[in-house]
Design a protein around this ligand. Structure first.
Ligand SMILES: [Zn+2]
Length: 288
C-alpha cells in the first residue's frame, strides 16, 4: 500500500486560511480497554472512561452549541448500544457520526471478514440514530489495517482520518491508481490523549496531565503556523473523557474563538472531505 500526497495547493472556501476540524472520539471505557489490551479493566480506570458519557460529553456539546460549530464524532458501534441517549444527543445537536470500530478493537491483523462484519453492524447502529449513511472512518488507536482502504472503497466511504504523513488533506493513491477516499490526517501533537490521558493501569501509558494553558500555547502555535502556510488542515483529535474536564473545555473554547478570528474554516470532516474531493475532480478535469 503506497500513499502519496496530492492535496497541496488547495484553496479553502471564502478565502479561509485553513480548514479546522474539531473531532471527538466518543470511546468511554472502551478506550481504556484498548490501551491496555484487555477487556477487564480496573474499577478506577473504568471510571475515568465513564467521565465521557457521564459528564464530559455534555460540556463538549454545550461548548459547540455556544460557538455554533458542527463537529464530527467517531463512535464505536458498541457505544451506540451502551449509551443510546448520549449518541442521540450528539446527532440531535447536528453533529456527524462516523465509524470507529465496533468495540474499539485496535489489534493489527484483525481478519478482513471480521472487520467488515464490525463495519456493517456499526454502520447500521449509527444510521439508526440519525438516518444518515456513514461517510467517515478513524481506526481505533490509529491501527489501520493493510486492507482498510480497499474496504472503505468497497463500502463507499468518503474519507478516513487516521494517518499522519502530512498536514494536507489528500486523495489516496494506491500503486499509482487514484482512489476517491480522502485522508484527513491527524497528529499526536494535536491529540488531547498526548497531554491528558492518565492511568495507573499500565506502566507503558502516560501517567501525567499537562496544564491547560501549556496545551493552549502548543495548539495556538500549531494553528498559526499551518494557517500561514495556507493550504493545510488541522484535525484536532479530542475525547470527551479528557477534554471535557472544566478547565480544558474552557481552554478549547478560547482556542476556537482565536481560530475563528484568524481565518479558520471550522467544519465537519464530511464537509471538508467533500470539498477536497470536488477540488480533486476539478483538477483532474483540468488535466484532461
Ligand atoms: Zn478511539
Amino acid at each position: 500500500m503506497i500513499f502519496l500526497k496530492n492535496g497541496e495547493g488547495i484553496r479553502w472556501p471564502h478565502g479561509k486560511r485553513i480548514a479546522v476540524m474539531l473531532t471527538f472520539d466518543f470511546d468511554a471505557e472502551l478506550l481504556r480497554q484498548s490501551v491496555i489490551g484487555k477487556k477487564e479493566i480496573g474499577f478506577s480506570d473504568r471510571s475515568r472512561g465513564l467521565y465521557g458519557p457521564h459528564e464530559g460529553l455534555a460540556r463538549c456539546l454545550a461548548m459547540l452549541k455556544r460557538q455554533e460549530i458542527r463537529s464530527t464524532f467517531f463512535v464505536p458501534g458498541k457505544i451506540v448500544e451502551e449509551y443510546p441517549e448520549e449518541v442521540h444527543a450528539i446527532a440531535e445537536a447536528g453533529h456527524e457520526l462516523a465509524y470507529h470500530g465496533y468495540d474499539h478493537d485496535a489489534r493489527i491483523g484483525i481478519p478482513e471478514a471480521e472487520e467488515e462484519a464490525n463495519m456493517e453492524k456499526s454502520e447500521k447502529l449509527l444510521q439508526s440514530v440519525n438516518g444518515e449513511t456513514v461517510a467517515g472512518y478513524r481506526a481505533p488507536l490509529d491501527g489501520m489495517q493493510e486492507y482498510s482502504l480497499a474496504l472503505l472503497q468497497k463500502r463507499k466511504y468518503l474519507y478516513s482520518s487516521t494517518l499522519k504523513d502530512c498536514d494536507w488533506a489528500y486523495v489516496h493513491e494506491t500503486d499509482g491508481m487514484e482512489q476517491p477516499i480522502v485522508e484527513l490526517p491527524t497528529e499526536p501533537g494535536i491529540d488531547d490523549f498526548s497531554y491528558f490521558y492518565f492511568s495507573y493501569a499500565d506502566e507503558k501509558t502516560i501517567t501525567c496531565t499537562y496544564p491547560s494553558d501549556y496545551v493552549y500555547d502548543i495548539w495556538k502555535d500549531y494553528f498559526d503556523e499551518l494557517a500561514s502556510e495556507g493550504d493545510k488542515v488541522m484535525v484536532l483529535k479530542l475525547h470527551p473523557q479528557l477534554i471535557g474536564r472544566v478547565s480544558r473545555i474552557r481552554m478549547l473554547e478560547r482556542l476556537v474563538l482565536y481560530m475563528k478570528q484568524n481565518g479558520a474554516w471550522i467544519t465537519t470532516c464530511r464537509e471538508a472531505a467533500q470539498y477536497v474531493l470536488n477540488d480533486w475532480k476539478q483538477r483532474k478535469g483540468g488535466e484532461q
